[in-house]
Design a protein around this ligand. Structure first.
Ligand code: B1M
Length: 210
């Protein structure tokens, strides 16, 4: 089994203590941090997602796997940001109202930070008015909205509409993402862009700033 496969297996098995050592071993072996994230840690969470869907894994195991993935991320995260001397721009990001999922959002944050962005994380279950208050306070270049449930996609639309109503649309670019979200939906609700994953989100954020 390769070092990255061991990382993947540790995430699936919820080996919180082991994952940090295995991730460090992959780092020491010269694996690229982004490759460790994508082909080790995220790969594990992808399998967990598939098994959860097939009722082969259940909520407590999924939560432990997520915690395990985070423990591995803690090892790689400082390496991602290494060498980035100045901030590329500021992204304010949160999961929309009614939605408690944050694993994907946190991955997007890591990729954004890795690309040199300063990230303000406003958390989960964030109502539109809180996004507006936070935009006024922090004046980010980009607003990132995450939704993992089809039932919370309307809240994403409400957040975009609230930005327009508050007259802030010229000040921030809006990027949306999350499993049920699509490019078409992003266009429909008036967002400036859609990213299917963390690395695309970082690329899109760079395009917005350029
Ligand atoms: Co929930 N859940 N969940 N869940 N959960 C899903 C999303 C689901 C698809 C599972 C299923 O039934 N097959 C389903 C949604 C169905 C739907 O709406 N179509 C679902 C459901 C139904 C629910 C509950 C309603 C279950 C219940 O209670 N009956 C409940 C809802 C709670 C709520 O939010 N109000 C619920 C609860 C939970 C847990 C708390 C147990 C846990 C969340 C823990 C946490 O986040 N802290 C959980 C989890 C873990 C999942 C699955 C298994 C995994 C999600 C995940 O973390 N994926 C998920 C099934 C699945 O995805 N296969 C599922 C890994 C992550 C890396 O991917 O989040 O997609 P993802 O993020 C990606 C991209 O989407 C993208 O980049 C990320 C990195 O590559 N991305 C962005 C995300 N945000 C972005 C923002 C961007 C750009 C890209 O720009 C700003």
């Amino acid at each position: 089994m390769s070092k990255l496969e061991k990382v993947t297996e540790a995430v699936i098995a919820g080996e919180v203590e082991q994952v940090a050592d295995l991730t460090q071993e992959a780092v020491d072996a010269g694996e690229e941090p982004s490759k460790i994230i994508k082909e080790g840690l995220i790969a594990g969470m992808d399998i967990v997602g598939t098994r959860f869907k097939a009722n082969e894994m259940f909520v407590p195991e999924v939560l432990i796997a997520a915690k395990t993935m985070h423990a591995g991320m803690e090892v790689v995260k400082p390496l991602l940001t290494e060498g980035e001397s100045s901030s590329t721009g500021t992204v304010l990001i949160g999961t929309v109202e009614g939605d408690l999922h944050d694993i994907g959002k946190n991955l997007v944050i890591m990729m954004l930070e890795g690309a040199g962005f300063e990230v303000i994380d406003v958390g989960i279950d964030v109502p539109a008015k809180e996004f507006i208050e936070a935009i006024k306070e922090h004046k980010p270049d980009i607003l990132g909205l995450s939704a993992l449930l089809t039932t919370t996609m309307p809240a994403m639309e409400e957040a975009v509409a609230a930005v327009e109503e508050a007259g802030l649309k010229d000040q921030v670019k809006i990027m949306v993402g999350g499993a049920p979200v699509s490019k078409e939906f992003a266009e429909e609700i008036g967002a400036d862009g859609y990213a299917p994953d963390g690395s695309t989100a970082a690329d899109l954020a760079k395009e917005f700033i350029a």
